[in-house]
Design a protein around this ligand. Sequence first.
Ligand SMILES: [Zn+2]
Ligand SMILES: [Zn+2]
Ligand SMILES: [Zn+2]
Length: 374
Amino acid sequence: MPGRTLPTFTLAEVESHNSTKSCFVTLGNNVYDVTDFIDSHPGGGDLILEYAGKDIKAILEDETSHAHSEAAYEVLEESHVGFLASADAKAEPTGTEKTNGAANGSNGKFVHPRTGMSCEEDLTKDTDIVSDYKTHKFLDLSRPLFPQVWYGGFSKEFYLDQVHRPRHYKGGASAPLFGNFLEPLTKTAWWVVPLIWLPLVSYGLYLASEGFKNPLEEVPYFAFGLFMWTLIEYLMHRFLFHLDYYLPDNRVGITLHFTLHGIHHYLPMDKYRLVMPPALFMILAAPFWRLAHTIFFWNWHIATTVYCGGVFGYVCYDLTHYFLHHQNLPWWWKQLKKYHLEHHFLDYENGFGVTSPFWDKVFGTELKSKPKMI
Ligand SMILES: [Zn+2]
Ligand SMILES: [Zn+2]
Ligand SMILES: [Zn+2]
């Protein structure tokens, strides 16, 4: 089956690829990038451009205007770049796509071919554990998950496709990872994060303040660290947690991916596998201590203040992430919640900013919602 891990495009996005620079066409739910084909089309490039951003089913089948050979379909197959995320109820998921047992698609809603979900609410519908395992042959949620990831012998491609299809375990309970005495170590409650890191941030700021005449002079450096955190948050989520393309295709790579972020996409509503375990944070944060002290090499106190700002940013991020998943918040967070949950059920290759979509806008990975039904 062609490219089950291809991205989803909205109709508006497809329609915007309508020039010789980038030319998309659709055939049913499939999206094709035929830009390279414009020059070599036997009937002339203009004919293709006439259909740029549009569906080509009619013209492909219309033999009086011009018959299309098998070769035409082969060219299309090679240029398949994704699926159309249509709000149109008659859009069918491609071929044999199965849902996760959570979303059933029978209500006529469009099921995203890559996540098996239609909407935010699908994230909290219990997965039918037996049929999920039967259908996907991925992980059996009734047995400890870590050994299955390690010994499962999954190819990277299969693993990545499956792990980004959200499941919901028994009303949001924590599925077993080891199934033995190690189990409690796999769980981190949200309040552990501020409890451990905020006192250390305060202590760091106190030590650093000795290098300033007035502690208030720390404020701009602290703010700078906080701002740098937002960039780190974006880069880590996009390039480390979703290191999907460069991930080594072996059990070590797959198990690391699962530990860092895969499990959160696999079971996004698990309250105890959401914030970062302190041990993991220490490992990830250590290089940044060095980085801060390399950049501000001339002043230990400045470097430490900046670092504390960064750690404080991390604490805000992890709490925000937790409450976006588990609380209905007012105002600014309402949008953030919608945005982040779309990263889960709609498109995990966009929308990496959790505390703000700012860097997604800067780097062009902003989530675009599907067009509204008219
Ligand atoms: Zn990923
Ligand atoms: Zn999340
Ligand atoms: Zn993610």
